[in-house]
Ligand binder design. Structure first.
Ligand SMILES: [Zn+2]
Length: 137
């Protein structure tokens, strides 16, 4: 279903994009501010008309933590790295580092978005890998 022009992106549309390997966020048609997660009203100028824009998928680690004792449903995946990546367009995304040593994360590490390994997960896990690595998926 096609959203009406100017409508905010829904969280469902955002995660559908993630599943398909795309980071699509919303940009205020008035002031250009990017919003993720999606919002109805622009925090910059209070406008309510949005455009959908793809992110390139490159960013850098802004912060991270190593999860060693995980919730039961993901206990088998521990230890793993949960990270906030500042994307090159300026927005930040929460996700998980993959394909790297558990002690290899550093603030400022260049990262690239990768599609979720499990596209059926709801919501899908936003994942990043160090940008110096070639894709193996
Ligand atoms: Zn705005």
């Amino acid at each position: 279903m096609r959203a009406r022009p100017g409508a905010p992106l829904t969280i469902g549309e955002f995660f559908d994009g993630v599943r398909a390997g795309r980071l699509v966020v919303q940009r205020c048609a008035s002031c250009g501010e990017l919003a993720v997660p999606p919002k109805a009203v622009c925090p910059g100028c209070q406008a309510v008309v949005w455009e959908r824009v793809p992110l390139v998928g490159d960013g850098a680690l802004l912060s991270f933590t190593v999860i060693r004792v995980a919730p039961r449903h993901v206990a088998a995946e521990a230890p793993y790295i949960v990270a906030i990546a500042r994307m090159s367009e300026g927005v930040s995304l929460l996700g998980r580092m993959v394909d790297m040593a558990i002690d290899g994360a550093r603030v400022g590490l260049p990262v690239r978005f990768v599609p979720p390994a499990d596209a059926t997960a709801d919501p899908p896990v936003i994942a990043f890998r160090p940008r110096y690595m070639r894709s193996v998926r």
